[in-house]
Design a binder for this molecule. Structure first.
Ligand code: ADP
Ligand code: MG
Length: 314
């Protein structure tokens, strides 16, 4: 792939879930995160020979660590959530870039590939109903007496009381043109980290806002706006199941948009985990995307080939 890129290659967007960096049971050291990353990134490196590539990723545990660091050190000025999202876009973007660079070098020696991370804002609507009833728990868990002294609202979770913030829907990806141009020029682009830096518009200016945007929904919006052909949502299960965890659990290989909407309504895919993935996949297909597959981090290439995961079909 040269500097001019190859616009005949189809566009593949791969959304990496939390387990791309930290697997269940790990404490999340940087060594662990780098080691884990090589699994999805080696596959993306090979896929970059056939596709123009966009990589998106989550940032939940990483923002959680930053929030905990703030709690532990009240002497430093508090940073709002939008700044923490920006920090993790840099941190994780760097980790994906360097892992990708290593994998490509291993594949083909000194390589010509161009890799770039784009700080990405995502526009949200200040009247989004999500702002009225914040639902998204973030950061560390607190005991009741500690939570009572916090300056922000909390919500009960199985781990304890956690800060709760709004999760408005993504309206548009602000850097969509830059991202499209970069992939057309042959860059592998890492973007929309953590669902993007949430901003609202004041006239012509943007203002960051204390909220988090779901990374699957933001990825689908970017896939749509960049004209992606294939969207892969990679996570820690083989795909979507109905009656998940129950006696009648059934892994779904293919589902139509109508079936997906019905399963969502019937409650098979909970908000905050599988729900947004299925919703994102449905949205991408409805907006004109060719293929959307939810699969495990280990089977990204197989899913692209049509041999793994849950595929949403028109
Ligand atoms: P990510 O970090 O990849 O976004 P999530 O934890 O948000 O991961 O979502 C993946 C999780 O969704 C799985 O680990 C699984 O436990 C859960 N899950 C909930 N419902 C389902 C379902 N119907 N089918 C498959 N997985 C499900
Ligand atoms: Mg998730």
């Amino acid at each position: 792939m040269g500097i001019t890129g190859d616009k005949t290659r189809p566009i593949l967007l791969v959304a990496l879930g939390g387990n791309a960096l930290i697997r269940k049971g790990e404490s999340g050291t940087i060594e662990e995160q780098f080691r884990n990353l090589s699994v999805p990134v080696a596959q993306v490196a090979r896929l970059s020979k056939q596709y123009r590539i966009i990589i998106t990723h989550g940032n939940g545990p990483q923002v959680g660590s930053l929030l905990l660091q703030q709690e532990c050190c009240p002497e430093t000025p508090r940073l709002p959530l939008e700044i923490l999202v920006a920090q993790t876009q840099g941190q994780i973007g760097y980790m994906i870039e360097s892992t990708l660079d290593n994998e490509l070098t291993e594949m083909e020696g000194e390589h010509q590939n161009l890799i770039v991370t784009v700080l990405t804002y995502v526009l949200v609507d200040k009247n989004d109903p999500g702002f009225l009833t914040p639902t998204k728990p973030i950061g560390p868990a607190f005991a009741e007496d500690h939570a009572a002294r916090l300056s922000y609202p909390t919500v009960k979770t199985p781990r304890g009381l956690r800060r709760v913030v709004a999760s408005p829907r993504p309206v548009t990806i602000i850097e969509k043109r830059e991202i499209k141009r970069l992939i057309d020029m042959g860059f592998i682009v890492i973007a929309c980290g953590g669902g993007g830096i949430p901003v609202i518009r004041h006239g012509r200016a943007f203002q960051g806002i204390d909220a988090v945007i779901d990374k699957d929904l933001a990825s689908a919006k970017l896939a749509e706006e960049a004209g992606a052909d294939v969207m892969i949502i990679a996570t820690d299960v083989e795909g979507a199941a109905i009656s998940f965890g129950g006696a009648n659990e059934l892994f779904v290989q293919k589902m139509s948009v109508d079936e997906g909407m019905r399963f969502l309504r019937e409650g098979h895919f909970p908000a905050g985990s599988m729900g947004p993935k299925v919703e994102a996949a449905l949205q991408f297909i409805k907006s004109g995307g060719n293929r959307a597959v939810i699969c495990s981090i280990d089977s990204i290439e197989k899913a692209v080939a049509g041999n793994a995961g849950t595929e949403i079909v028109r």
